[in-house]
Design a protein around this ligand. Structure first.
Ligand SMILES: [Zn+2]
Length: 241
C-alpha cells in the first residue's frame, strides 16, 4: 500500500466510526424520547420538568441527525388517497384551541386531520382495493416514539401510534390509530416508506361511530418545544394531478 492509500484508508475508517457513533447516539436519544413521551402521555411527569427534558432531547436529536436530509415536499401519508380524504370542509377538522402536547392523553381540542378511507364494514380493509391501507412517512426523518400497547379496553386515545422527527424542517409528525406498526424508535425512514397499516386502535377510533381513519398531526419546534400547526396546505401540495 502506498502512503497515500493508507492515508485515505485511515480517513475512511475514521468517518465510518464517526457515522456509527452518531447513529448509536441517535438511537439512544430516540429511546429516551419514547420514554419521556410515554410519561407525558400518561401524566407521570410534572409539566415544567417534562418541558426541560423535551428541550434537551431535541437539542441532542438535532446534533445527532446530520445524515437526515428531509425536504418540505411531502408525500400524502395514506397510500392511494389524497387531501380530499381529510374530514370536514377544506381542512376545518383541525382545531388547536386550548391544546398543549404536555396535557398528554388528557389533551383538549383536535390538532390534527383525520384522513378517512372507504371501509364500510370497519375491518380495516379498503373497500375498493380489498387490501390493508399503507401509512407512509411524509418526509425523511427518524422515528422517535411508538406505542404498540393498545388493547380493546385501553383508554389510550392514539392507539398504536408513531412520532417522527424531521430535522431540516424542524417539525414532528404524528400518525395514530394504526392496526400494525413496522418501525421502532431509532429507525431512520425515507419519504414514502411504509411505517404502518391503518387501523381502528384508540379509545374513540375503535368505537362503531368512528369511520376508519388516520389521525395525522404536525408540530413546529419552537424553542425546541412542540407547537401544533394546521398542515392542510402541505397535504394539498402532495396532490399530483
Ligand atoms: Zn383525529
Amino acid at each position: 500500500m502506498s502512503s497515500n492509500t493508507i492515508y485515505i484508508f485511515i480517513l475512511f475508517c475514521l468517518s465510518c466510526t464517526t457515522v456509527a457513533a452518531q447513529n448509536n447516539e441517535l438511537k439512544a436519544d430516540c429511546i429516551r424520547f419514547n420514554q419521556l413521551n410515554t410519561a407525558i402521555r400518561d401524566g407521570k411527569i410534572k409539566k415544567p420538568e417534562a418541558k426541560t427534558q423535551f428541550q434537551n432531547l431535541m437539542i441532542a436529536l438535532k446534533a445527532h441527525s446530520n445524515q437526515i436530509n428531509d425536504t418540505n415536499e411531502w408525500v400524502f401519508p395514506v397510500q392511494g388517497y389524497n387531501y380530499r380524504a381529510a374530514g370536514g370542509i377544506a381542512g376545518n377538522g383541525y382545531a388547536d384551541r386550548s391544546y398543549t402536547y404536555f396535557d398528554g392523553n388528557k389533551h383538549l381540542a383536535h390538532p390534527a386531520h383525520d384522513l378517512f378511507i372507504t371501509d364500510r364494514n370497519q375491518d380495516c380493509i379498503d373497500d375498493k382495493t380489498h387490501q390493508p391501507v399503507n401509512i407512509l412517512a411524509v418526509a425523511d426523518g427518524v422515528v422517535i416514539a411508538c406505542s404498540n400497547e393498545w388493547e380493546i379496553n385501553s383508554t389510550l386515545r392514539g392507539g398504536r401510534y408513531i412520532w417522527i422527527y424531521h430535522p431540516r424542517q424542524n417539525i414532528l409528525t404524528y400518525y395514530a390509530h394504526n392496526r400494525e406498526l413496522f418501525v421502532t424508535p431509532g429507525d431512520v425512514v425515507k419519504k414514502g416508506d411504509k411505517i404502518a397499516e391503518m387501523g381502528r386502535t384508540g379509545y374513540n377510533a375503535y368505537k362503531k361511530r368512528s369511520p376508519t381513519h388516520l389521525h395525522f398531526s404536525a408540530y413546529h419546534l419552537i424553542d425546541n418545544l412542540p407547537v401544533a400547526y394546521n398542515c392542510y396546505a402541505d397535504l394539498v401540495k402532495t396532490y399530483k394531478r
